[in-house]
Design a binder for this molecule. Structure first.
Ligand code: PMP
Length: 409
C-alpha cells in the first residue's frame, strides 16, 4: 500500500485551485484575472469565428472519421506548423533539417522535448542542466524535473523596473556550463509579459553561441503578443538563421482558442551541415518511439481544425484577423487599466502595464495585496501578482483599477 511517508498529500495546483475558489465566490462583482484563457468583452470564452467555420467544414466532410492518426500526428498540420514558426521559405525546411511531431498541446510538446533530451542529450551528465527563467510558467519546473533533468534558473525580471533583468540574464548565461539547455519563451513571456527587444535577442544568441548552449523555445502565444504571427516568431527565426541546433514546443491552445483540444507540435531543427538531414531522420525515429510509448498517437479533432485553417488562404487570412481582434482587445485593456490607475493617482509607476505584452501582466502587487484584493474586492489573480489581461473588459476595468488603488494605498 501507499503510506503517507511514501505518498504524501500533494498540494492542489495553485492555478486550478484559484479557478475553483473563483467559481465558489457568490459575489456579483467577482473578476477572474487568474487563468490564461482569452475572454471577450463580456468575460465569456470566445470560439474564434474561423474555428467555427473550420469545425463546420470538418463536420460536413463525408470522409472524416475517428481513426488513429499516425504516430507523428497529422502531417498537414505539422508541416504548416513548422512554416508558421520558421517562415514558409525557411532554408531549414527546404534542407529537410526539421523534424516535427504533433503533441498534446504545448505541455505535451515540452514534455516530449524534455524526455528526448533526458534520453539523448549529453548522456555523460555534464552540462545537461536546464536553465529556466526566474520566474517562468510554473509547469516548466515539474515537466523538466519529472524526466530527471537537473534544473537551474537565470534572472529575468527586474522588480524595480518591472522589466527585463538583462544584465542578470546575460551574466548567468555566460557563466553556465558549456552546452547547457536554455529554456526561452519565444514571445509574450509567461508570467511577466516582458520580452527581450530584437537587439537583446541578438546579444542573447551571441552569448549562447559562444557557450554552445542548446536553445529550447517554448511558444504558446504566437500571434497573440503583437497580433502578427511573423513578428512573434522573430526570436526563433533569428536563432535558426544563426545556425543553432534547437527544439521548439508549440501550442495552438491560445492562438486558436483550442485549449481543451490539446493541439500542438514539437519541432527539432538541426544545424546546417552535410549530416543535417540524416541527424533529423534519426531524431524523428527516436521521437516516434518516445511518442508511441507515451500516447501512441495524438488527438485528431483540434489538429484537423487547425490544419483546415492553416491550409486555406482565405481561412488563414481570417485567422490573422481573429488574432488581431484578441491581441487588440488586450492592448486596449492594458491602456485602459494604466490610464485608470493614473487618473486615480494610485501610488507607484504603471507604465509597465502597457510596456509588457501578451496575455499576462506582472502588476507588482505582493502576496499580501493579492490576498486582500481577493477577499475585499473578489478580484482573483495568482499570488505572484500576475493578472491575465484577457479577464479585463470595458465593464470591469474601472472596478479593478479602484480595487488595486485601494490595496496599494
Ligand atoms: N508554455 C507556456 C509558457 C504557457 O503559458 C502554456 C500555457 N499556459 C503552455 C506552455 C502550454 O499550454 P498548453 O499545454 O495548454 O498548450
Amino acid at each position: 500500500s501507499f503510506p503517507p511517508e511514501v505518498v504524501p498529500q500533494a498540494p492542489e495546483d495553485p492555478l486550478f485551485g484559484l479557478m475553483r475558489a473563483f467559481r465558489a465566490d457568490a459575489s456579483p462583482d467577482k473578476v477572474d484575472l487568474g487563468i490564461g484563457a482569452y475572454r471577450d468583452d463580456n468575460a465569456k470564452p470566445w470560439v474564434l469565428p474561423v474555428v467555427r467555420k473550420a469545425d463546420e467544414i470538418l463536420r460536413n466532410d463525408p470522409e472524416a472519421n475517428h481513426e488513429y492518426l499516425p504516430i507523428a500526428g497529422l502531417a498537414s498540420l505539422t508541416s504548416r506548423a513548422s512554416e508558421l514558426l520558421l517562415g514558409k521559405s525557411a532554408q531549414a525546411i527546404s534542407e529537410k533539417r526539421v523534424a516535427s511531431v504533433q503533441t498534446i498541446s504545448g505541455t505535451g510538446a515540452c514534455h516530449l522535448g524534455a524526455l528526448f533530451l533526458a534520453r539523448f542529450y549529453k548522456t555523460n551528465g555534464a552540462g545537461r542542466t536546464v536553465y529556466l527563467s526566474n520566474p517562468t510558467w510554473a509547469n516548466h519546473r515539474q515537466i523538466f524535473s519529472n524526466v530527471g533533468l537537473p534544473l537551474a534558473t537565470y534572472p529575468y525580471f527586474n522588480k524595480e523596473t518591472r522589466g527585463l533583468d538583462f544584465d542578470g540574464m546575460k551574466g548567468t548565461l555566460a557563466d553556465a556550463p558549456e552546452g547547457s539547455i536554455i529554456l526561452l519563451h519565444a514571445c509574450a513571456h509567461n508570467p511577466t509579459g516582458v520580452d527581450p527587444t530584437p537587439e537583446q535577442w541578438r546579444e542573447i544568441a551571441a552569448i549562447m553561441k559562444a557557450k554552445k548552449h542548446f536553445p529550447f523555445f517554448d511558444t504558446a502565444y504566437q500571434g497573440f503578443a503583437s497580433g502578427n504571427l511573423d513578428r512573434d516568431a522573430s526570436a526563433i527565426r533569428l536563432f535558426v538563421e544563426e545556425g543553432f541546433e534547437l527544439v521548439i514546443a508549440q501550442s495552438f491552445a491560445k492562438n486558436f482558442g483550442l485549449y481543451g483540444q490539446r493541439a500542438g507540435c514539437f519541432h527539432f531543427v538541426a544545424s546546417p551541415s552535410s549530416e543535417a538531414a540524416d541527424i533529423t531522420t534519426r531524431v524523428a525515429s527516436q521521437l516516434a518511439i518516445l511518442q508511441r510509448s507515451e500516447i501512441s498517437n495524438p488527438p485528431i479533432y483540434g489538429a484537423r481544425i487547425a490544419s483546415i485553417v492553416l491550409n486555406d488562404d482565405a481561412l488563414f487570412a481570417e485567422w490573422q484577423e481573429n488574432l488581431r481582434t484578441m491581441s487588440g482587445r488586450i492592448i486596449a485593456m492594458r491602456k485602459a487599466l494604466r490610464s485608470k490607475l493614473e487618473e486615480l493617482g494610485t501610488p507607484g509607476q504603471w507604465n509597465h502595464i502597457t510596456d509588457q505584452i501578451g496575455m499576462f501582466s506582472f502588476t507588482g502587487l505582493n502576496e499580501t495585496q493579492v490576498l486582500k484584493i481577493r477577499s475585499d474586492a473578489h478580484v482573483y489573480m495568482t499570488k505572484n501578482g500576475r493578472i491575465s489581461m484577457a479577464g479585463l473588459n470595458t465593464k470591469n476595468v474601472g472596478y479593478v483599477a479602484k480595487a488595486i488603488d485601494k490595496v496599494v494605498r
